[in-house]
Design a binder for this molecule. Structure first.
Ligand SMILES: Cc1cc2nc3c(=O)[nH]c(=O)nc-3n(C[C@H](O)[C@H](O)[C@H](O)COP(=O)(O)O)c2cc1C
Length: 199
């Protein structure tokens, strides 16, 4: 388990400015992201905001179906080895699940959107549907889709606040992405978000 530096709760860019500046970025410099930036991005996407277990994003029934993975390229994050990591929310930590650079394979699985592979890191926002559907049945699927939208927007806005940029990709082959990321059978990929320094 790799413990991340604690996130900061104050920033210099206003919410209004971040909303105004947010764009889907599809071109990145090869520069690495700092560990503190990765920590901040993960926290904004699905992190804990208070000791009671509440998170940065709302969740129907507080059931929290989302799982966040991050594909890190070679020298993509200063101080972190290449590979795929799962974000362990309770510990604000990362668990390495693969030890290779999967960014090109992810881009190919996303209808060959090769611009994605330029970004030093790519987030995979995934869901374990049954955490929500066990309570809300079929309607739970709708709730999960809404929740991933909340997570994606937080990631987008946090990237802007850090002087970074994010892309967003919904066009991919589910089974291929699952296989590239070696996801557990019940973790379904919903959005891929490459992040880095905009070119
Ligand atoms: C659910 C969803 C899926 C998307 N999938 C892709 C995608 O596969 N490839 C891509 O280049 N952009 C994708 N986009 C980005 C949109 O093209 C983009 O948000 C839109 O053109 C508006 O531009 P803006 O985000 O810069 O405001 C997606 C956006 C959303 C919300």
């Amino acid at each position: 388990m790799f413990h991340l530096p604690p996130p900061r709760k104050r920033g210099e860019v206003s919410l209004e400015e971040a909303i105004t500046r947010r764009r889907t970025v599809r071109s990145f410099l090869p520069d690495a992201v700092d560990l503190s930036e990765l920590s901040q991005l993960l926290w904004s996407t699905n992190g804990l905001v208070d000791p009671s277990g509440r998170r940065a994003i709302p969740s129907a029934g507080a059931l929290y179906p989302l799982e966040v993975y991050v594909a890190v390229g070679r020298e993509g994050v200063k101080g972190l080895e290449v590979g795929v990591y799962r974000y362990v929310v309770e510990d604000h930590a990362l668990l390495r699940t693969l030890d290779r650079d999967v960014r090109k394979a992810l881009a190919q699985a996303s209808l060959w959107q090769m611009w994605m592979a330029e970004a030093p890191i790519t987030f995979a926002l995934c869901a374990e549907y049954k955490r929500t559907t066990v309570k809300y049945r079929e309607r739970g699927l709708r709730y999960v889709m809404m929740e991933v939208g909340h997570a994606a927007q937080n990631l987008f806005l946090q990237a802007v606040c850090l002087g970074l940029g994010a892309g967003i990709v919904g066009a991919f082959y589910d089974e291929e992405v699952k296989s590239v990321l070696s996801l557990p059978e019940d973790h379904e990929p919903l959005l891929l978000m490459p992040v880095g320094h905009p070119a």
